[in-house]
Design a protein around this ligand. Sequence first.
Ligand SMILES: Cc1cc2nc3c(=O)[nH]c(=O)nc-3n(C[C@H](O)[C@H](O)[C@H](O)COP(=O)(O)OP(=O)(O)OC[C@H]3O[C@@H](n4cnc5c(N)ncnc54)[C@H](O)[C@@H]3O)c2cc1C
Length: 324
Amino acid sequence: MKRALAEFSHEDTLRWFESKGVKGFVTEDGGRIFPKSQDAMEVVGALLRALDGVRIICNHKVTELPESDVLVLTAGGGPGMEILKGLPVKIEPPVPSLFSFNISDSPSGGRSSVTSLMGLSMEAALSIPGSGLRAEGPLLITDWGFSGPAALRLSSYAARYLAGQAYHCPLNVRWCSSDESALRAELEALKASNPHKLLKSVHPDGIASRLWEFLLERTGLGGSRTWAELGPKWMGRLVQTLLCDTYYINGKTRFRDEFVTCGGVSLSSVKLSSLECKERPGLFFAGEILDVDAVTGGFNLQAAWSTAHLVAKTIISRYDTEIQ
Ligand SMILES: Cc1cc2nc3c(=O)[nH]c(=O)nc-3n(C[C@H](O)[C@H](O)[C@H](O)COP(=O)(O)OP(=O)(O)OC[C@H]3O[C@@H](n4cnc5c(N)ncnc54)[C@H](O)[C@@H]3O)c2cc1C
C-alpha cells in the first residue's frame, strides 16, 4: 500500500472531498476521520457531484468480462470476487473481517450474562488466549455480545485465526488498564477508606457502577458483602476478573454483516507500481477486490481510493487520456 498511499494520501483525500464541497473533518481516536457535519450524505453528495457525466448502470450483474485493451476490476470483496473466476491471478481465500462477536458466558447460579449490560461502552483490551492476538479501545456491549472499535479491531487482526476456529474460541477481556500491582494498591486503598461500605457501592476509577456490580457478581462477590470482608483470596479473584476475564466467542455477527473481506487478488499477482495483472497486461485491480484490508475508520475506503488513483494515473499516462 505504501506506493498507492504515496500517490494519493489521506491528506489528498481530504483535499479532494473539500474541493467537492465537504465542509471540514474531525479526527477521532485511532485516526478515524469523519465529516464535521457527521452526515454521511455529505460524502455521498460529493461523490455524486464528481460523477457528473458518468453513466451509472444499477442492477446489472457483469457475468462475463468484455474483450478490452484496458479493464479495471473494482467489484469489491465477498460476492464481488466471483468475477475473478478463470483469471490468471492467485486468490488469497476470502474470509470476513470487521465483525462483532456473539458472546456466551454461560451464566450459572442465577448470575446474569454480560449482555445484560447492553448499551454500555468502556475502554477495554481484548485478547485471544494462546494466539498472541489482541486489540484495545472502546468496547460496546450489545444484546448479542461485544462490538465497538476494540472488538472490530480484534476481528480484523484475527480474521484468519477466527475463521480457522469457526468463530468459536475463548476471549479474555481486560477491564482496566492498570497493571496488577497498581490495581491491587487501588483496591487496598478503597478497602482501607471504606471498610463498612458495601463492595458494590464503591468502585475503582474508570469502571462504571453497572459494570462493577456485574464483575463483583461474576467473581462471586455479589450481595451484601462489605469491603472489610474482602480477604486476600477474594481480592486475588477480583483482580483476576478485572485483568483477565474469560468469555467465549460463540459465532460472529450474521453472515454478510461484516464490513470488509480479508483476502482477494494476491498482491504477488499484480505489479505494485500500477496494480496491473502480471499475467494479463491491461487488466487492473483496485479497492477491496485486492488482498488489502484494514481496521475501521476510513482506512478501507482510503485503500480503495488510493489504489484506484494509482490505476487511473497509470491508464492516463499510458493511453494519454484525461481523467478528473
Ligand atoms: C456496513 C459497512 C460499513 C463500512 N464502514 C466502513 C468504514 O467506516 N470505513 C472504511 O474504511 N470502510 C468501511 N467499510 C468498507 C468499505 O465500504 C469498503 O472497503 C469499500 O467500499 C470498498 O470499495 P470498493 O469500491 O473496492 O468495493 P465496493 O464498495 O464493495 O463496490 C463494489 C461494487 O461492485 C459491484 N459488483 C460486484 N460484482 C459485480 C458484478 N459481477 N457485476 C456488477 N457489479 C458488481 C457491487 O455491487 C458494488 O457496488 C464498510 C463496509 C460495510 C459493508
